[in-house]
Design a protein around this ligand. Structure first.
Ligand code: ISL
Ligand code: CA
Length: 542
């Protein structure tokens, strides 16, 4: 396994509209991000993943792009983007941007032309089908609506959308589309960005013939279809191999067997990927299932491809709420989950605010929510005559807005996120207890613990390149594994429960490296002892 900068990197995801507002309009922006770069640098991360800031009507918060060469006004302008790239590089960090090319906005000029007439030269840039028996061409569901088809009366055809109606899918079978995408990729790489996070990149190839399916609610037919690897290999030949660019693919519905086809170093497609087996299979913490997922991915990729490790992002609620204990043990469990993500094999991702243990949120009414996925689902369920309070309650826990509330900078109005009257989405009411200002003043804060974890990766190859082996596999509450590299062997112990859990460390030698409880353990403990609630320990052993 050869050494690469993107294998050794820690990535920090900035959802800029919720990060910091520099001009008082209540919306985070790129100037605001520039003003906070020293804070991100202080954490010790290497790469910033910036969510989409391209021109967009913002129906899906930037994932509906209307001009790949433009900058969304609320984010800033091209000069600000260029300054941002320069200032990130000045600090010795890199920036990867979101590549969203499975679909565009329905306001993109390409689509406006395509839909204008059947013989428009861009008609075939999107996917149009005749009605079947007077209705939709097949029974597929989209991510954000009951059907993947939207009827256009002017030309009496349906167009295909994997997500919202406002997000028509591009037709990747059309070579002109592919060439256009490669050109826009080069444009941004030539601006100096260091790679891409590729949005649902495994959806580019559609199932041949668009056949109706047995169970339309299992939408995995949207992804991993024949032809996808040819597209990615062509993208590599045409663009990526000519740059030192990091590529991480967002790959829903993928198993390790298929995953290695996207990231195998001999495949010349992507460097690494986000799979969603945790997010999709584990609504709440399930240690047995998590161990199994980590084991199958490690075995599936071992020696061939590189994994990524994350537990939350702008689409999935905050990890300390979903998979930890954000009540009695919020700080300990935030640190424990971080220890896990930063010591498992693969590139770790930090979602903004995770480094101070920010939690999910519960707004009292649907008007307080913004996310199109949630609002569409809410409307869909209410159309079934269901009770609104019940539906809202059902959707709150996994709503994507849980992660999209503003970063909590201090205990002032709006948590210091904006000087404006009201932020675009409410601040989590717990900002007085959980904010950056307090974290930076407390040597035992989650922030400084993240800093130590990140520093460990910089100093010890075992954290990056070490072989992974699970130990104490039968423990129902403790996740324990070793990482081994040359003569370095580290043992990571994680008690995921809110009660003490016993463990029996057998080793001739042991040196205490790091723990998430303030009291240090010198010399480290051997033999049988209890790990305290949500306690994490890292040892060097023999
Ligand atoms: O949000 C999810 C489940 O509720 C995820 O499955 C997510 O929709 C899916 O992983 C695709 O996400 C990406 O593409 C979407 C965009 O809304 C997401 O923000 C983006 O991360 C469409 O571009
Ligand atoms: Ca702003």
């Amino acid at each position: 396994m050869n050494k690469k900068w993107w294998k050794e990197a820690v990535v920090y995801q900035v959802y800029w509209r919720s990060f910091f507002d520099s001009n008082g309009d209540g919306i985070g922006d790129l100037e605001g991000l520039i003003q906070k770069l020293d804070y991100i640098k202080k954490l010790g991360v290497d790469v910033i993943w910036l969510n989409p800031m391209y021109s967009s009507p913002d129906k899906d918060n930037g994932y509906d792009i209307s001009d790949y060469y433009g900058v969304m006004e609320k984010a800033g302008d091209m000069e600000t983007v260029e300054r941002l790239i320069h200032k990130i590089h000045q600090r010795g960090m890199k920036i990867i941007m979101d590549l969203v090319v499975n679909h565009t906005s329905d306001q993109h000029p390409w689509f406006l032309e395509s839909k204008s007439s059947k013989d428009n030269p861009k008609r075939d840039w999107y996917i149009w089908k005749d009605p079947v028996q007077g209705g939709v061409p097949n029974n597929w569901r989209s991510y954000f609506s009951p059907s993947t088809w939207e009827y256009e009366p002017e030309t009496n055809q349906y167009y295909f959308h994997s997500f919202a109606v406002e997000q028509p899918d591009l037709n990747w079978e059309n070579e002109e589309v592919r060439k256009e995408v490669y050109a826009l990729m080069r444009f941004w790489l030539d601006k100096g960005i260091d790679g891409f996070r590729m949005d649902v990149i495994n959806l580019l190839a559609k199932l041949e013939g668009f056949p109706s399916v047995e169970n339309p609610n299992d939408i995995s037919y949207l992804g991993n279809n024949p032809g996808i690897h040819e597209y990615l290999q062509e993208m590599n030949r045409e663009v990526l191999q000519h740059y030192d660019a990091m590529t991480v693919g967002e790959i829903p519905f993928v198993t390790p067997e298929d995953g290695v086809l996207y990231v195998g170093e001999d495949r010349h497609e992507l460097h690494t990927l986000f799979h969603f087996q945790v997010a999709d299979d584990m609504p709440t913490w399930d240690l047995k299932r998590y161990k199994e997922i980590q084991r199958t991915w490690y075995e599936g990729l071992k020696g061939r491809g590189w994994n990524s490790q994350f537990l939350n992002n702008h689409d999935h609620t905050r990890q300390v709420t979903r998979y930890g204990n954000d009540k009695e043990y919020r700080v300990e469990s935030a640190k424990l989950l971080a220890t896990m993500i930063h010591t498992l094999p693969g590139t770790p991702y930090i979602f903004q605010g995770e480094e101070i243990g920010m939690t999910g949120v519960k707004f009292d009414n649907i008007e307080d929510y913004n996310d199109i996925a949630m609002k569409n689902k809410y409307a869909e369920e209410l159309a079934k005559e269901r009770n609104p309070e019940e539906v809202l309650k059902e959707l709150q826990f996994l709503s994507r807005d849980n992660s999209r509330t503003p970063v909590q900078w201090n205990d002032e109005k709006h948590a210091g996120f904006t000087e404006g009257e009201s932020p675009w989405i409410k601040v989590n009411p717990n900002y007085k207890e959980i904010n950056v200002m307090d974290a930076l003043e407390d040597e035992n804060s989650v922030f400084y613990y993240y800093q130590k974890l990140i520093n460990l990766r910089k100093k010890h190859d075992v954290m990056v390149y070490g072989d992974y082996e699970e130990v104490y596999v039968d423990s129902p509450e403790v996740y324990a594994y070793t990482r081994s590299h040359e003569d370095d062997r580290w043992l990571i112990l994680l008690n995921h429960s809110s009660t003490p859990s016993s463990i029996d460390v057998q080793s001739e030698e042991c040196e205490f490296i790091l723990g998430n409880y303030a009291d240090t353990m010198e010399p480290c403990r051997l033999g049988k002892f209890d790990l305290r609630p949500h306690e994490a320990r890292i040892y060097r052993i023999k």
